[in-house]
Design a protein around this ligand. Sequence first.
Ligand code: ATP
Ligand code: ATP
Ligand code: MG
Ligand code: MG
Ligand code: MG
Ligand code: MG
Length: 237
Amino acid sequence: MANSRFEYVKQFETHDKLLPDCYIVVRVDGKKFHEFSKYYEFRKPNDERALKLMNACAKNVVIKYKTDMILAFGESDEYTFILKKDTALFNRRSDKIATLLGSLFTSNYVFLWNKFFPDTPLNLKHLPYFDSRCVLYPNLPIVKDYLSWRYVDTHINNLYNTAFWELIQKCGMTPQESEQRLCGTLSSEKQEILFKDCGINYNDEPEMFKKGSLITRKGEILHIDVIKKLDELFEGF
Ligand code: ATP
Ligand code: ATP
Ligand code: MG
Ligand code: MG
Ligand code: MG
Ligand code: MG
């Protein structure tokens, strides 16, 4: 290509290279999925089709970049990809990694939508899109804490949401009444409310809802107690 006098503008670009020898964690999260899930009538509190769609998208991302990945973990409208500390993916450029994984995830979501929601076509005015960020973690204990944080978040949110929606759907409460009933309650109290008021044993809820989804480098999708398996999951990394 011929140089032009305009080319100097390229010098204004900065390259945000991620520090070497640190784990790169990429998290994608659906934009306004509270609204998105309402528009497409997701089942509340957990639409299994939507979770399986998220898993299918993440699995394709993991498989495409499996030499760079340790594992991925997802819940609700978010997925985390944990990369090896020595990965040279996209020259470790933060913007490249975040945007390319985010757009690869989004294009998969659109492409696979129909397989999981065969009777619900996507509407141009309500398309799914995801934000994406890279976070650097300097050592494995902190990476394990990161994964534990998302795992515990899954449990806390799911217990709350399950109780919230059961009180509405089974006990006929309004959303305000349900929120009031759960306000300030401990985990054990929420489980008791579910059992006594709604006849639901939280332990019997589907594993994917309670534990989130973990994808191994081989592309296996597991719903496991992540905290118990941390050593095994990160062995050799
Ligand atoms: P933001 O754009 O800031 O991320 P958001 O509306 O996406 O806003 P989140 O905190 O990311 O907010 O929460 C995602 C919301 O999407 C959940 O609170 C829930 O209402 C909905 N949602 C996501 N996945 C599912 C699912 N599988 N079944 C039912 N609802 C879901
Ligand atoms: P990178 O991933 O680094 O961006 P790239 O292969 O996408 O690599 P670009 O510099 O972005 O490289 O160039 C895009 C290339 O895509 C062009 O050089 C051209 O070969 C091809 N291309 C893009 N749009 C068209 C088009 N409309 N018709 C034909 N070829 C196209
Ligand atoms: Mg968000
Ligand atoms: Mg979101
Ligand atoms: Mg979210
Ligand atoms: Mg290009």
